[in-house]
Design a protein. Structure first.
Length: 120
């Protein structure tokens, strides 16, 4: 599995940004997300999981980059997710990723619910 770059490519455009709170420490949230998202050694997408920075980056298709950050607070963690178009052409993501973009808010809420059930 190729590694995703830590820094955003120049020209990347934020498509969506989400945040939610979990009553679990960042390491537990990070490990749960890594289990879900890691493409494994045979995966075709680019992936970076940095447990020290509580950062996960996944890139796939022609346009998609997802960044997940776990930010600690006194009651658990704030999970931040940023969905980016890295194709350099805004129209490309609107065409090829229209379903993913449209479903992203509901998918993030579903992810939060699942993590709460698993970790809290």
């Amino acid at each position: 599995m190729p590694e995703a770059p830590r820094t955003r490519p120049s020209g990347a455009v934020v498509v969506h940004s989400f945040a939610g709170h979990l009553k679990a420490r960042p390491r537990a949230v990070f490990e749960a997300l890594d289990r879900r998202f890691s493409p494994g050694s045979a995966g075709q997408s680019r992936y970076l999981a940095d447990p020290n920075a509580f950062l996960i980056v996944a890139e796939g298709g022609r346009w998609y980059r997802g960044e997940y950050r776990m930010v600690p607070d006194e009651h658990g963690s704030n999970l931040e997710h940023i969905m980016l178009n890295i194709a350099g052409q805004q129209k490309l993501s609107r065409f090829t990723g229209r379903r993913e973009i449209k479903s992203a808010p509901a998918e993030f809420e579903r992810l939060l619910r699942e993590l709460r059930l698993e970790l809290q």
